[in-house]
Design a protein around this ligand. Structure first.
Ligand SMILES: NC(=O)c1ccc[n+]([C@@H]2O[C@H](COP(=O)([O-])OP(=O)(O)OC[C@H]3O[C@@H](n4cnc5c(N)ncnc54)[C@H](O)[C@@H]3O)[C@@H](O)[C@H]2O)c1
Length: 262
């Protein structure tokens, strides 16, 4: 189990749902939190409840994520754990309802928000002597989601990013995990909550997803995609039929480093 007492934790999308539940879960283990979110009212409320800080952050802006990391170090002197969790759905197809602007907003938040977050956090995590990053992807980062294919594409990107970064971060003692929950009872799915209930479709609670994120951090693995589903113990997805990092046939060093392809 990772020691979280006194740890400094930065959570994007921490004002609501899964991020707020994660903030409560780490605070219960003695960590100190900074919540980074667009929603100032909700963020300030959760921060006050937990004795933490709120920093208004738009994860689509790299400078906002750099400021959130700086605010965490300023408040607590360090950064140990980052939950890159802010995200949203698109609610559209590639048919007549497709709106390129909304698509860009989705990718900006769901993909670029994680990329900018990792980039901003790495120097601080290194200064702390190592740490952990959890990126909230989704079950639809592993499986098809015909209901929102663009959302699924953005979450697949997060899973691919996490799996690809793990090896290079290991040298600095930094782990990275993709969290892949199924449908969870948060404001994000509130418009469909009645339909889920009517169909007898079980939803996860945000607390169950937060517990799974902590189990992943405690497990100490890296490059894993943790599947979280109702009634099942959360665990890393076992990719089959494709080479995993360990059994990957190593390409030449020039290709691995990029020297041979630039
Ligand atoms: N609820 C689900 O069924 C479900 C399932 C799998 C994955 N997820 C993922 O979990 C994450 C959290 O979602 P949730 O269900 O808790 O939803 P939520 O709507 O309760 O919380 C999302 C939070 O992210 C914030 N946010 C959105 N865009 C932002 C931006 N650009 N900058 C900063 N903050 C921003 C919102 O203000 C909100 O507080 C998302 O990445 C979502 O895709 C949700």
């Amino acid at each position: 189990m990772r020691e979280l007492h006194g740890a400094a934790v930065l959570i994007t999308g921490g004002a609501s749902g899964i991020g707020a539940a994660f903030a409560r879960a780490v605070t219960a283990r003695g960590a100190r939190v900074v919540l980074a979110d667009l929603d100032e009212a909700a963020g300030e409320t959760v921060a006050a409840e937990l004795g933490g800080r709120f920093v208004r952050t738009d994860v689509r802006r790299p400078e906002d994520l750099a400021a959130a990391v700086a605010a965490t170090e300023e408040a607590y002197g360090r950064l140990d754990l980052v939950h890159l969790n802010a995200g949203l759905g698109s609610g559209m197809t590639l048919g007549e309802d497709f709106d390129p602007e909304r698509y860009r907003l989705l990718v900006d938040a769901n993909v670029h928000g994680v990329v900018f977050g990792v980039h901003a956090a790495l120097p601080a995590l290194r200064r702390a002597g190592g740490g952990a990053i959890v990126a909230t992807a989704s079950l639809s980062g592993l499986t098809p989601f015909p209901g929102d294919p663009l959302y699924a594409a953005s979450k697949h990107a997060v899973v691919g990013l996490v799996r690809s970064l793990a090896e290079s971060l290991a040298a600095d003692g930094i782990t990275i995990t993709a969290l892949c929950p199924g449908f969870t009872d948060t404001p994000l799915v509130a418009p469909f909550a009645g339909a889920f209930r009517a169909a007898g479709f079980p939803l996860l609670t945000a607390e169950e997803v937060a517990d799974a994120a902590l189990a992943a951090v405690d497990g100490g693995g890296s490059g894993e995609a943790w599947v979280v589903q109702p009634g099942r113990t959360a665990e890393p997805y076992r990719f089959r039929g494709v080479p995993g990092p360990a059994e990957h046939q190593a390409p030449p060093e020039s290709v691995r480093s990029g020297d041979g392809v630039r």
